[in-house]
Design a protein. Sequence first.
Length: 113
Amino acid sequence: ETDEEKAYRSQNIQEATKIAALVPMEIAERAFGMLDLIVETTRKGNKNAITDGCVAMMTCRTAVLGALLNVRINLGGLKDAGFVQKLTDACSRIERETEAKEKELMDWVKTQL
């Protein structure tokens, strides 16, 4: 394998790894987008179903956090520091906001039981 072939191969691996990080990032963002709907539905819906809203929140939180783990594992092999930082920051923000939304809903539900 020539140096040129090695460089080409390395570049292709880097690009494929970026895609491998972006796919679960999109999943995390979409699942995160569901959290507000879950909160609203739980608060405005049938009071006898508020614990079901909690289960929906926990399920969605798991989808978000699981997807973020997949993003993070793919970032480890990337050389593009700007790309890595951008996604690392986004992962941290989404994780933090997900946990806050879940806590807010759980705290509210506990006052309703």
